[in-house]
Design a protein around this ligand. Structure first.
Ligand SMILES: [Zn+2]
Ligand SMILES: [Zn+2]
Ligand SMILES: [Zn+2]
Ligand SMILES: [Zn+2]
Length: 414
């Protein structure tokens, strides 16, 4: 074993589901990490409340329907004054055939028009509220989707909308009655059209990079295929896993999950392992009843690394790390992006780098509250990798409160 002092272990922030929370914690004033719900309104949570995005900013480029808000993650950078507050927003199209995901960043300096400069320290104080001036600087939000709302109900004039479409949908869904009764509380029913809402709590870990050790003789040509992996510097054997049944375990201790490509040189997927993994997501995501056999025959190196890396915290739904030594996880050797697949920042033309990964475990926790919209069940991914401008550059806050970044979706290979 290499001396552990010599191994650089990036600090990785893991995100987990938290269902026990106060609704207030989901509002913008708490800079929440959260999944589902609307990205705004009385619950939530744009960052730049004076420059709200338009509904049309979140159109799927395939079907042109509005995408659904998936999650947001508060990721301030101390590197620049402009990134004192910083949030990532992830959206997805609910239609199976589209499979489109988009990510946006939003940022604000410490002193800004919408939050108190000491808000992070004081937000949990009893009775804390931002000043009226700052409240007034915040734009009204569409009660249906949370985007910028230039129009409002002509009758009561108290409910705001992004446009006619959401106004009429809201009318049908209940504002007709609310308007008559002068009831402006946000109706629960609206949540039915959005994903289940919960808070993400975080835990930082030092991540030891995983290196797959191939059996005996394969080292000479180990680096020559182009699977897109380059985990090579750190010599760190797997910790030995419990051998169960020993049906296919290698004779070499600690190498049960090692590649077995010595015979043919071909790496093929093990379908059973994949199915077992998906069963795990579907059935045992909440407990630790993970069968070690699941991956016994695994031949896809990236999936093996994924499994090994996440094995100690199986309920993690996201991983956040800006360290260049972070070992990017993939669930397959296929469709791993190369540097040239990651476009530059369209705003400053600078490079982007990996910032966050969303894991398929999220799908397990994302059970949908409503079966009214059947297509909502169709979102699916193996892993989502989010690449952002290395500078988190300044964009024109006066015209928009968000800057689009880049997301790479990888699926399980079937
Ligand atoms: Zn679409
Ligand atoms: Zn709207
Ligand atoms: Zn009204
Ligand atoms: Zn940029």
């Amino acid at each position: 074993m290499t001396d552990s002092n010599k191994i650089h272990k990036p600090l990785v922030t893991l995100g987990f589901q938290e269902t026990d929370f106060d609704q207030d914690e989901l509002t913008s004033d708490f800079f929440p990490n959260k999944v589902g719900g609307k990205p705004v309104s009385s619950w939530l949570s744009w960052l730049d409340l004076g420059n709200l995005p338009l509904n049309s900013d979140f159109k799927c480029d395939v079907c042109e329907e509005q995408m659904s808000f998936l999650l947001q993650f508060y990721a301030p950078w101390s590197d620049h004054a402009r990134t004192y507050h910083r949030m990532l927003f992830v959206f997805c199209c609910q239609k199976a055939r589209c499979h489109r995901y988009r990510v946006f960043r939003s940022q604000l300096p410490k002193v800004n028009d919408y939050y108190e400069a000491d808000q992070e320290d004081r937000r949990y104080e009893e009775g804390f509220a931002v000043s009226k001036t700052k409240q007034d600087a915040r734009q009204p939000q569409c009660t249906f989707c949370g985007c910028a709302a230039p129009t409002r109900c002509g009758n009561c004039r108290r409910v705001h909308y992004c446009g006619k479409d959401h106004q009429s949908r809201d009318w049908e869904l209940g504002h007709r009655e609310q308007c008559k009764q002068n009831n402006h509380t946000l109706a629960k029913r609206k949540a039915e059209f959005h994903y289940k809402e919960f808070l993400i709590v975080c835990d930082d870990i030092e991540q030891t990079p995983v290196v797959l050790v191939t059996n005996k003789h394969t080292n000479q040509d180990g680096g020559q295929d182009d699977g897109g992996h380059d985990e090579d510097e750190v010599e760190d054997d797997y910790e030995s896993e419990e051998e169960e049944d020993g049906e296919t375990a290698s004779a070499a201790p600690g190498k049960e999950l090692a590649l077995r490509e010595g015979d043919s040189g071909n790496v093929t997927m093990d379908h059973e392992a994949l199915e077992n993994y998906q069963d795990y997501l579907a059935e045992t995501g909440k407990d630790n009843e993970f069968s070690e056999k699941t991956f016994t025959n695994l031949k896809d190196r990236q999936l093996a690394i994924f499994k090994q890396t996440t094995s100690s915290d199986r309920d993690q739904i996201l991983r956040y790390c800006r360290d260049v030594n972070y070992q990017t996880l993939w669930v397959s050797e296929k469709n791993v992006p190369t540097d040239s697949d990651i476009p530059c920042c369209p705003n400053c033309n600078g490079e982007r780098s990996l910032e966050m990964q969303i894991l398929p475990q999220l799908l397990y926790f994302l059970d949908i509250d409503s079966n009214q919209v059947s297509s909502i069940h169709d979102i699916d991914f193996g892993i989502l990798s989010i690449y952002t401008c290395k500078n988190s550059c300044e964009y024109d806050n006066k015209t928009k409160g968000i800057q689009e970044e880049f997301i790479w979706k990888q699926d399980f290979t079937k």
